[in-house]
Design a binder for this molecule. Structure first.
Ligand code: NA7
Length: 292
């Protein structure tokens, strides 16, 4: 991709992750056009210089690179398919970077559909949360053609500290699920251990401060101890999305006959928390488990 003329990027899905990612692209000098189902969420990015598209099709027709970053399979189908969807507007030679967390099968299916329109697609989900999206230090897991990956590196570098090529279409998504199985399981382990400590008599802040001094808490979970101390769980990675990812992990494990007993048990607890109406950050599992 020539960096003499920056390609026009279309960004679909201005949520917690999409908004700071799109802002990084604007800051890197890319012209940007944005679409979001809920119009109000476009305000911030439009104030920062982006144009607005009325539909994903209109957006795809107006840009060289489409980026999608939406909640789940249903959301991705809603923005991809039908007369107003991405595929209806994808031009020959256009590039589609699909950054939502969905199943590897869905990514492969969309890559084929894009190819049938003469376009090319990479799956490129990210690890990291809203702070990393704001700082441009996400890790991006890329699946698809190696040359296309090389061509898109400048775009990825505007959003992440590294973009790693993991293999063919679907392998970016596969890597994301591998990472998130650990992320969700460790949060569950912390929630259980904190519950044990408190119910066995440790004072809450003393316990959480001491845990923070240890090496057993991964960097991704260290800041979450502060949430537990404050009993306040502002969304960085929403519990419904954690639950969704655990469903995708279970589906992939089943397809490949991989036993994941601990992950499966954690999935049940996240499902129970969701059933109780928890939509906060996934670190709310520390509160949920302590109240059982
Ligand atoms: P958010 O903040 O929940 O944002 C989700 C985005 O997906 C947001 O733009 C939504 O639009 C959009 N969405 C959800 N459902 C639909 C439907 N049915 N049609 C069109 N658009 C939809 O999630 P994050 O930004 O934290 O995460 C995004 C992805 O990255 C996700 O796959 C994570 O697992 C990783 P809305 O504003 O609700 O109209």
């Amino acid at each position: 991709m020539s960096e003499d003329r920056k390609p026009m990027i279309g960004f679909i899905g201005l949520g917690y992750m999409g908004t700071p990612m799109a802002r990084r692209l604007l800051q890197a000098g890319y012209p940007l056009i944005a679409y979001n189902r809920t119009q109000e969420k476009l305000q911030t990015i439009v104030q920062q210089g982006a144009q607005k598209a009325a539909t994903p099709r209109e957006l795809a027709l107006a840009c060289d690179i489409v980026i999608s970053c939406v909640s789940n399979e249903q959301a991705l189908a809603a923005v991809s398919e039908g007369p107003d969807g991405i595929l209806a507007g994808l031009k020959p030679q256009s590039i589609w970077l699909e950054m939502s967390t969905v199943s590897p099968d869905t990514e492969r299916h969309l890559a084929t559909a894009a190819q049938e329109k003469g376009g090319r697609m990479l799956d490129a989900p990210v690890s990291g949360s809203t702070p990393q999206a704001k700082e441009g230090t996400l890790l991006i897991w890329v699946g698809g053609d190696q040359d296309l990956y090389q061509q898109c590196l400048p775009v990825f570098q505007a959003m992440g500290k590294a973009a790693l090529h993991m293999g063919n279409n679907g392998m970016g998504s596969t890597m994301k699920l591998v990472v998130n199985s650990i992320l969700a399981l460790e949060m569950q382990a912390i929630a259980e251990a904190v519950s044990l400590g408190r119910k066995a008599g440790l004072e809450k802040d003393t316990l959480l401060d001491a845990l923070g001094q240890t090496t057993v808490i991964a960097p991704a979970h260290r800041g979450k101890l502060e949430n537990s101390k404050n009993d306040d769980y502002p969304v960085q990675f929403a519990l419904p999305l954690t639950r969704k990812d655990l469903g995708l992990i279970a589906e992939l494990a089943s397809q490949r006959s991989v036993p994941m007993p601990a992950t499966s048990a954690a999935e049940q607890m996240y499902a129970a928390a969701l059933a109780q109406g928890h939509t906060e950050d996934f670190s709310v599992m520390t509160q949920f488990m302590s109240r059982l």
